[in-house]
Structure formats: C-alpha cells, structure tokens
Design a protein around this ligand. Structure first.
Ligand SMILES: [Zn+2]
Ligand SMILES: [Zn+2]
Length: 382
C-alpha cells in the first residue's frame, strides 16, 4: 500500500496538480497508511473512519487554484462547470469548512469537495489512485469553472469587483506553453520503437501542461496493430501500459483506453498513423464559451449547435465512451477533414503522422492560440 500511495502522490506532483508537503494522502491497508504524520493525517483518519472509505486526500492545489476556490466558495449561488471531468467524476462540488466532521459531511455521496481555505478533499473507495484522480479532476474543474466564468462575465460586461480582484492575481500565471522537443522520430521499423515513441510523447504531453497525467491517451499503428495506452494509465508513465489491439472490428483488449473506438475511427477515416488526445485547459475553456445566438443556449455546454472552431480547428460535441452521442462517432470525420478536433468541454484529438513531433507541436499551438485569445479578452476588462 505504501508503494501505491507513493505512486499516486508522485503522479500528482509530476502533473503539477499540487506539490510535495502540501497534501496528505491515506489509504486503508490493515491499518490506515498515510504519506505523512501530524494533525492533517489525524483529521484524514477521522474522515475515513466516519465515511468507511478506503482512500482519502486533503491538499492545497498549486497556484492559482486556491485563489479560485476561495473566490468560488464566497459565491452564494455557485453553478457547476460542465466540462467532461466534472460531468464524469464530480457532478457537484460541495463546500466545507475543513473540520473533520464537515469534510465527512461534504464527501457523503460526492467524490470531491472544496474547503473555504482554498484546499480540496477527495475520496476513493479502495485505491489511493482513485482519490488522486478525483482530487485532480476537482482542481481541473475549479480552473475551468473560474476561467469560463471570467469569459462569460467579460463578454456580458458583468465583472464583479471580487472577480476582477481574483482574476488580476491569477492572470499573470496564464502564459503560453513551451513546445518540447520530440526526440523519437519516425518512420519506425519495429514495435519497440513505436512503444518508446509513445512513452516519450505521453511524458512530454504531461510535462508541458497539455493534460493531467491521469487523463489523455495516445495511439499508433504499426504492422496492422493499433498500439494504445491502457485505460487509467498515467500518460507520463506508459512503460508497460500500452496494449496492442487489432485494427479490424474484433474489438480492443479489456484494458485498452476507453477511447479505443474513437482512436480506431480516427486512424481509419483520417488515414493517419495514430492519435494524440489531451485536455489542454484553455482549449476546453474556449469550447465551453459560446457567443453564438443558439436557440438551445442552456444546452451549449453539451450540445452546442453552432459551427465553431477553437484555436483554429473544428469543435464537435460527443460523450466519452460508446452510445448514440459517443465522440467515437463525431470526432473521426472532423479529424479526417482538419487533422484535429476539439470535443466540447473535453479536449483535443489530433491526427499523428510518421511520429509524434508534429502532433505535440500542433497541440501546443492550438492551446497557445486559446491562451492568447483569453489574455486579450481579459486584459480589456482589467
Ligand atoms: Zn479525454
Ligand atoms: Zn452555442
């Protein structure tokens, strides 16, 4: 269990979600094991006991999320973000004051909650990894929620003094991402080269801030086989977590990414070598901000009918996984046309050709366009 806790803790720190010394992560083995001891660990044990859960995390996210949380907690009628992480994992983020009993109360029926002091708590039924993913999702949701609120308020001329104040502290942290250099160049002759290129691309995608390590996925076709990251695998630790899947309709392995069908559809329809999928924050934020005159205004978070582009590529709707509204149906045609697509409230799918260098650079470019556009809009209202 110590090893699992350490693994989950490392992935949070590497992804920049929080930093060492700023969080307690506990899980139930024979006893409750924590990554640190002290008052925070004692409180964590009390919460776990009250709720009967197997894993728990309480921590301070990296800047600027705590400032955003304090702002959101002071709102009387907070509505919740509609990005994919929130819809999939959280549904709602309750608020508590940080005492053990209030934390237990807030987590009853919820996977994560916000504390008024700017920290986040999250639970896992069994594994510390599950608690870490919920913690990370909550941080992502807060970021997206705050920034989309800023876009909405700025475009309707409704910036409150409190929002302006928090935004002016947060905005300097919004800077263009730096494009990493991809060393593993194609064409690849052997499967082992494909795998090491995927491991490198996954790590770089996380390191440069295009996705939290718990999310995103990646694939590449070699010799009639689609190599794809496993579901739930940390994108920056893919070694040993890549599955070979057939390219025909015989189906993927049970551990293959939940987006296996989307990847398969993309490589077939767009005739590309692979797919890079990330959740760059500002592409997601821009996708959630609809300025068109849509009749279904309230539904624009999930089903915007307007033909929009984000960062220069088409925006499509689509839910995670299969089903009639699955993104495996909507994304492949858009990627075939434009080499990439933004899924509303979710992230980016890009076609990969020859190796991952161009796709990584393109994802950085799209995100940086969204960042520049966001900064321009915010600087006008500050
Ligand atoms: Zn995704
Ligand atoms: Zn719309």
């Amino acid at each position: 269990m110590e090893r699992l806790i350490e693994q989950a803790a490392r992935s949070l720190v590497r992804g920049g979600v929080t930093s060492t010394g700023n969080f307690v992560l506990c899980a139930l083995d024979r006893d409750c094991v924590c990554n640190e001891e002290g008052p925070r660990a004692n409180a964590a044990r009390a919460v776990m006991k009250q709720l009967g859960i197997g894993a728990f995390i309480h921590g301070k996210p990296s800047f600027p999320v705590p400032a955003m949380i304090r702002f959101l907690c002071a709102q009387t009628d907070m509505d919740y973000p509609r990005d994919s992480e929130t819809r999939t994992f959280l549904h709602r983020l309750p608020v508590c004051d940080g005492t053990p009993s209030s934390m237990a109360e807030a987590l009853r029926g919820h996977r994560a909650a916000l504390c008024t002091d700017g920290t986040v708590i999250a639970s896992g039924m069994v594994s510390p990894q599950e608690a870490a993913v919920n913690f990370s999702s909550a941080c992502f949701s807060v970021y997206v929620k705050f920034m989309t609120d800023c876009l909405t308020a700025a475009s309707s001329g409704a910036m409150s003094p409190a929002l302006t104040d928090t935004l002016s502290r947060v905005l300097p942290s919004v800077r263009p991402l730096v494009c990493p250099s991809v060393q593993k160049r194609g064409p690849f002759d052997r499967a082992s080269q494909v795998i090491s290129a995927m491991v490198e691309a996954g790590r770089l995608t996380v390191e440069c801030g295009l996705v939290d390590s718990c999310f995103g996925n990646i694939s590449f076709v070699h010799d009639g086989i689609l190599y794809i990251s496993q579901t739930g695998a940390a994108l920056d630790e893919l070694d040993g977590c890549i599955d070979p899947c057939p390219l025909d309709d015989s189906g993927g392995t049970i551990t293959a990414s939940s987006e296996y069908l989307a990847h398969l559809g993309i490589v077939r329809k767009a005739r590309c070598d692979g797919v890079l999928h990330g959740h760059p924050k500002f592409a997601v934020i821009s996708s959630l901000h609809c300025e068109e005159d849509c009749a279904t205004r309230d539904a624009c978070f999930t089903a915007c009918p307007a033909k929009r582009t984000v960062g220069g590529i088409p925006l499509v709707c689509g839910e995670v996984g299969g089903g009639a509204h699955g993104l495996y149906r909507t994304v492949p045609p858009a990627v075939a046309d434009s080499g990439g697509a933004v899924v509303l409230g979710h992230g980016l799918f890009l076609a990969v050709q020859n190796d991952f260098s161009q796709a990584v650079a393109r994802m950085i470019d799209i995100e940086n366009r969204c960042i520049t556009d966001f900064r321009r809009r915010m600087e006008k209202v500050l």
